[in-house]
Design a binder for this molecule. Structure first.
Ligand code: AMP
Length: 216
């Protein structure tokens, strides 16, 4: 199964992609985390991407398209994948279509997570993760059970994304509405779009997504 998770920053794409990954045994391909890894490793791609990411702007299409094209050729993608954060522009969507055609693969579904704007700001400005295992937390909605200690791996190190701040978030939301939101119509016209209410609790949303996927 090959699917795209579409939605603004903070809509829960990463969280839901993790759950889909566990339930369906297909990898989550997050262009955001691939780019963050590249920035940390100071690769050529990372160096090119860093300033746009710091400002909350989109990285050039050609950089991201190259990363995805290379990644979906890896053996763990043989049975499918979940794209989280890609495509984010119409040229990226066209490029994805062309690369799948070339590889004789088909896209099965695009799940759009629908979330109110006010909730996005609150969700993003409070989120942090365990530096060791990546478990996600939130200042208001999900603190570790024992203060300062990760529920999953006991690590005491946590981190916040550099771009999860009010100023950058504004630019990221603008980029979403200007560049990414048109993909809703693009995939609707292709008959692939499935809207899911992203405002409920994490497990309820996961169930709703799974119901959609079970019908594919
Ligand atoms: P994310 O983790 O998906 O919120 O992505 C973090 C940042 O990485 C974004 O604000 C962009 O700067 C960059 N990025 C991730 N995916 C893409 C993409 N498909 N196209 C362009 N930039 C991207």
């Amino acid at each position: 199964m090959r699917l795209i998770l579409l939605g603004p920053p903070g809509s829960g794409k990463g969280t839901q992609a993790n759950l889909i990954e566990d339930n369906n045994s297909i990898p989550q391909l997050s262009t955001g985390s691939m780019l963050r890894d590249a920035v940390e490793a100071q690769t050529e791609t990372g160096i090119k991407a860093k300033s746009a990411m710091d400002a909350g702007k989109l990285v050039s299409d050609y950089v991201v398209i190259a990363i995805v094209s290379e990644r979906i050729d890896k053996p763990d993608c043989a049975n499918g994948f979940i794209l989280d954060g890609f495509p984010r522009t119409l040229p990226q969507a066209d490029a994805l279509g062309a690369m799948l055609d070339e590889k004789e693969l088909k896209l099965d579904c695009v799940v759009e997570l629908q979330v109110d704007d006010d909730a996005l700001v609150e969700r993003i400005s409070g989120r942090f993760t365990c530096s060791e295992c990546g478990e996600g937390y939130h200042d208001k909605y999900k603190l570790p059970a024992v203060s300062g200690k990760c529920d999953r791996c006991d690590s005491k190190e946590f981190m916040r994304r550099a771009d999860d701040n009010a100023k950058t978030l504004h630019t990221r939301l603008q980029a979403y509405y200007k560049e990414t939101a048109p993909l809703v119509g693009y995939y609707y016209a292709k008959g692939l779009l499935r809207g899911v209410n992203g405002m409920g609790d994490m497990d309820g949303i996961a169930e709703e997504i799974q119901t959609v996927l079970d019908k594919i």
